[in-house]
Design a protein around this ligand. Sequence first.
Ligand SMILES: C[S@@+](CC[C@H](N)C(=O)[O-])C[C@H]1O[C@@H](n2cnc3c(N)ncnc32)[C@H](O)[C@@H]1O
Length: 271
Amino acid sequence: MKACKGHFSKISLFEPEMLTDNYPPINKSWLQLEEDFKIKQVSRIANEIERLKEILSRKGLKYSTWIGDFSTVDLGAERNKLWENAWIISNCKITGKESVLDVGGASTIFSFYLASKGCEVFVIDIDWFNYGLVSNAQYVNKKMGWNMRIFKRNITLPFPFQNNYFDHVFCISVLEHLPSSERQKVSREMGRVLKINGILGLTFDYDEKRGQLEKSGDNGLRFSMFRKIKTDIINPSGLSIYGNTKLTDDCPKEHFMGALFLKKRATNTIA
Ligand SMILES: C[S@@+](CC[C@H](N)C(=O)[O-])C[C@H]1O[C@@H](n2cnc3c(N)ncnc32)[C@H](O)[C@@H]1O
């Protein structure tokens, strides 16, 4: 294999064990999102996602916006969501042959993109505000002839999948909305259904003003709360960090958004 000029070429060649703290972080916040979009692999995926949005819109098919409904469009927020999607996908090996699970991702362009690449895509989502996220996803899948299975189901219940089934599991902007005990249940299940060498790609945010969990004083997750990430996600999942283990939290104190990759190694055990 030829020597790579940049570390990101190495990432795009999928040499997972070569990702160490000497390489630029993949576990990072979105602060440099425009810089990240200049990386070839990220920009290719971002462009393909945008093209897929156009194709679906031309066919009159709906996908959810950044806020998880079908109406609210905020261009800045959509750009942030594009980073989440493209960053996660570009740092996982996707050839189109994978079986993947998207936890809390019904009707997202993220899950539709993976299906459009040929992946077998499973989604579990409860459709928390009854927007029709699950029925729309099932409709779009049928119209597009993709290989998706979308379950209307509470993710805090045991997943209806066997151990070690999925090449990758994703959970984008979901865990911060759950109380700690439920995050732990979901994390355990995500680790259980992931194959050895599979990657769990997560994004989560922290919002000082978040309403749902205020009573417990929990406004979400951020790298500077690493102990919470360990207790709520890493330990119950039984997985270990993939890529840089130094998680630098350089976001403002009011708000954080970042991506974290975990890997199932043969030596991992569930806590
Ligand atoms: C903030 S949205 C994120 C949606 C999507 N992953 C994205 O990136 O845009 C949270 C999603 O998680 C789902 N969700 C929240 N709590 C859930 C639960 N207990 N069981 C199943 N799905 C849940 C919601 O229905 C919603 O689709």
